[in-house]
Design a binder for this molecule. Structure first.
Ligand code: AMP
Ligand code: MG
Length: 429
């Protein structure tokens, strides 16, 4: 069985005391295994799911050559450079009602968008580029249409036998439409991942409860709910658990029995009341990392054993307690790890290059994520400023920001006018 120690030994120069963000990614890549069970679902249940086996197109799309415009179909060979063309109209082709007659040179067929191109015709003159001559023939001015224009070819979207969707692709609205265009009513996807989550801490109050001296409201469980829901996993909410070993243990056991992965917040930093650490370690194979990043330094990573040993192990990712640190570690590590478990190809967030308008103090030796607001400058290039105070508890900064300014491990202070990379939130949070 793979253990955390064996993974660490397989990674060059692995140091669990102060891991770089890159080292954490390398570790998680080895630790996390994708689900293998699949199911076939109807298209309207497939949004956000992950394609389990490549979808091969059973047909050509479109299935036949057809017109891209409303107009007149004719033979491109009838066109002569520098000369207008006069055509006799012999019939009409409508979408869904092909025109089956024969068309000779000098003749044309009135055709609507999507109608099958009549036999032998390869060119369409859009209706607005034609006139009707006194004798009723269709006139096309000289040099206004090229042979072959406005014809959509059979299979130009997808050829029969071609790969429509690859394994590991996430089913987007566009992919749903594509599947439907192939005539497929079902698609085989990986089974949905079940992810349990809960908050820890004696000071945690639930929204709706009366304020209490020294207590804070549980925001992490709501950001985690949103982040997990965005990923398309099935969420199992275990609430907030006080810093009491017996309660924590019961919750961990229940969560491990019912989920593929558990995400917790708080209790991993090693403070006096942090029983969570000791418990996690006792219930499985869990390491506590200090990550060279800000915010989000402490994190617990590993597996919890299940009471039913035959059911394998449950992945555990224990996030720090500070609300911004929860979101940043989720975006940086939990999201890619869960996507991997879902069988998904890694989906990198959109990175934009923007000119920083202020000084960002930073010391080399850790990756820093600052909440940024990217806006277009007058010349259309992108600028970014921070949301101000960057404390790891300032959740309002995550609402104001539209991305995280990523200051790489080795980078130092950024001066105004320097370009930085911003990881955009769109679709992620
Ligand atoms: P901990 O990692 O448990 O030491 O918590 C670090 C900080 O995060 C403390 O200030 C906690 O009060 C705060 N915190 C922990 N859990 C939550 C939560 N669920 N919602 C809001 N703040 C929290
Ligand atoms: Mg705590």
């Amino acid at each position: 069985m793979t253990t955390l120690t064996s993974i660490a030994a397989s990674l060059p120069a692995f140091d669990s005391q102060d891991m770089s963000v890159d080292a954490v990614h390398a570790f998680l890549d080895r630790m996390i295994a994708p689900v293998t069970d699949t199911e076939s679902v109807a298209l309207t249940d497939a949004l956000g799911r992950v394609v389990a086996e490549a979808v091969i197109s059973p047909i050509n799309v479109p299935p036949h050559d057809n017109s891209a415009m409303d107009g007149f179909a004719f033979r491109g060979a009838d066109l002569a450079p520098g000369a207008p063309l006069l055509l006799e109209c012999v019939g009409t082709a409508l979408a869904g009602h092909a025109w089956a007659g024969e068309v000779r040179a000098g003749q044309c067929v009135r055709i609507m968008t999507g109608a099958v191109m009549p036999q032998g015709l390869d060119t369409v003159a859009p209706i607005e580029r034609t006139t009707t001559s006194d004798d009723g023939r269709i006139a096309i001015a000289a040099d206004t249409i090229r042979a072959g224009a406005n014809r959509r070819r059979a299979g130009e979207d997808l050829m029969q036998g071609g790969v429509a969707l690859a394994q590991g692709e996430r089913i987007t609205p566009a992919a749903l439409g594509l599947l439907a265009s192939l005539g497929l009513a079902q698609v085989r996807v990986f089974r949905r991942l079940r992810v349990a989550y809960f908050s820890t801490g004696d000071e945690i109050l639930q929204p709706g409860e009366a304020p209490r001296e020294g207590a804070v409201y549980d925001s992490n469980r709501y950001t985690l709910f949103g982040l997990l829901a965005r990923l398309g996993v099935q969420v199992v909410d275990f609430g907030a658990v006080a810093d009491q070993p017996d309660l924590l243990e019961a919750t961990f056991r229940q969560a491990a029995a019912s989920a593929d992965a558990i995400i917790t917040s708080g209790g991993v930093s090693g403070g006096d009341a942090d029983h969570t650490r000791a418990l996690m370690q006792r219930l499985g194979d869990v390491a506590f990392w200090r990550i060279a990043m800000r915010p989000g330094r402490p994190m617990a990573v590993g597996w919890l054993d299940r009471d039913d040993a035959a059911a394998g192990r449950c992945t555990l990712l224990g996030l720090p307690g500070n609300p911004v640190a929860v979101m940043v570690t989720f975006i940086a590590f939990v999201r890619p790890a869960l996507q991997r478990m879902m069988g998904c190809k890694p989906e990198s967030p959109v990175m934009l290059r923007a000119v920083c308008t202020e000084t960002l103090r930073k010391r080399p030796g850790r990756t820093e994520y600052q909440r940024g607001i990217v806006t277009p400058a007058a010349d259309g290039s992108l600028e970014v400023r921070t949301t101000g105070h960057q404390g790891s508890g300032v959740l309002s900064s995550m609402v104001q920001a539209n991305g995280l300014i990523v200051l790489p491990h080795d980078a130092g202070t950024v001066q105004p006018g320097e370009a930085v990379q911003v990881m955009m939130f769109d679709g992620v949070i």
